[in-house]
Design a protein around this ligand. Structure first.
Ligand code: 13P
Length: 249
């Protein structure tokens, strides 16, 4: 049985004060909720505030991006070492917005995944096709390529700490959700590829989250699919009540 993981990706929203306000409202709504793992991923400037605010609770904290180096002359970047020092446990890697707007390649996603694991951060590795790729019948090919390269050099033991997020780019922030069947089909493609790369046992245990316009009113249908092991939520995670409803799908 794979324990579901429900993660909030706040993207570039919320000041530290707003982040603390969210946590103050959110924690009482999920107290004692042990069925799913809960992770909040604020922007780098709010990580410290959120780590402090959730201390002692069932909520963990993730970053949204790291550099591939431990330290160095890389203006504007943050390292895995720095995030770990703050008390961060998870890291989103290769989100489609990083791929689209910041030029992240499959190879860079692989390097960042290795870097995260080296420092004990749990990577949430994002994959997903563009609208043109889906319409061009290339979904499977894209998912296979992204998954294979992301896992290059990763051992079965390391894979136990990796979570994959399937986020079809056309469903992100658009209000268009993949149907539960479409998402399950994509998840099966990804899981089969993980089995090919690392064996059946790793594939059976790895969690694959769905992301893309997950809302309180569609969360249950998506998360009840046996292939879907959680959600990575953008817009609907910015409001504490709305996100708590998704957590309690
Ligand atoms: P939305 O939930 O706003 O579509 O965003 C999804 C996402 O990108 C989560 O990482």
């Amino acid at each position: 049985m794979r324990k579901a993981l429900i993660a909030a990706n706040w993207k570039m929203y919320k000041t530290p004060a707003q982040a603390k306000e969210f946590v103050a409202t959110f924690l009482p709504l999920v107290t004692g909720h042990t069925r799913d793992e809960i992770v909040l991923c604020p922007s780098a400037t709010s990580l410290s505030a959120v780590v402090d605010a959730v201390a002692g609770s069932n909520v963990r904290v993730g970053g949204q991006n790291i550099h591939t180096a431990d330290e160095g002359a890389f203006t504007g970047e943050n390292s895995a070492v720095m995030l770990v020092a703050l008390g961060v446990s998870h890291i989103i890697i290769g989100h489609s917005e990083r791929r689209q707007y910041f030029g992240e390649t499959d190879e860079l996603v692989n390097q960042k995944t290795h870097q995260a694991l080296k420092h004990g951060l749990k990577p949430i590795v994002c994959v997903g096709e563009l609208l043109a790729e889906r319409e061009g019948g290339k979904t499977q090919e894209v998912l296979l390529r992204q998954t294979e390269i992301a896992f290059k050099g990763i051992t079965a033991e390391q894979a136990a700490n990796i979570v994959i997020a399937y986020e079809p780019v056309w469903a992100i922030g658009t209000g268009k959700t993949a149907t539960p069947e479409m998402a399950a089909e994509a998840h099966l493609v990804i899981r089969t590829e993980v089995a090919r790369l690392l064996g059946r046992e790793v594939a059976d245990n790895i969690r694959i989250l769905y992301g893309g316009s997950v809302k309180p009113d569609n969360a249950t249908a998506l998360l009840n699919q046996p292939e879907i092991d959680g959600a990575l939520v953008g817009g609907a995670s910015l409001d504490a009540v709305s996100f708590s409803k998704i957590v309690r799908y």
